[in-house]
Each structure stands twice: as C-alpha cells, then as structure tokens.
Design a binder for this molecule. Structure first.
Ligand SMILES: [Zn+2]
Length: 77
C-alpha cells in the first residue's frame, strides 16, 4: 500500500503528537532520535515521532539555533 506523503514526513490524519504530555493532532513525523536531540521529550515507541504544529515549530527552532540554547530551553520546563 502506498501512503502518499509518508516519505516526506507528512503524516495522515488522526495521529497525535508524541511529545510527552501533549495531546494535539500531529502534523509531521520525524526520526525519534532527531526530536530527542532537540531536547523534546517523546513517548514514542517507534523510530518515528509525531509532532503537532507547536512542537514541530519548537523542534525547527531548536535545530536551527545554536546548541547553547538547548540547555536554556530545558530549564523552561
Ligand atoms: Zn505536541
């Protein structure tokens, strides 16, 4: 079965964000390790983690920004 968009990181409707404590609808699916590297805590059991709009934005910010910001973000939680 071919799932359009799956390889582009776009997920189908209905999946929820995998960040722990978040229950928003997911919009993107990323490698779990990449998400964790950005400092987000995920409760995904697989290699892929689903992110909602807000967390995807946050992930993008983290990956763009300097590494030193990672720690500052952590403290906010
Ligand atoms: Zn989320």
């Amino acid at each position: 079965m071919y799932l359009p968009g799956m390889n582009m990181g776009i997920i189908s409707k209905g999946a929820k964000c995998n960040v722990s404590g978040c229950n928003n609808d997911g919009i993107r699916s990323l490698n779990t390790s990449k998400v964790e590297d950005a400092g987000l805590r995920v409760s995904s059991s697989g290699k892929k983690t689903v992110l909602c709009k807000a967390h995807y934005k946050e992930w993008k910010k983290e990956t763009k920004d300097d590494r030193s910001l990672e720690r500052a973000r952590y403290d906010k939680f």
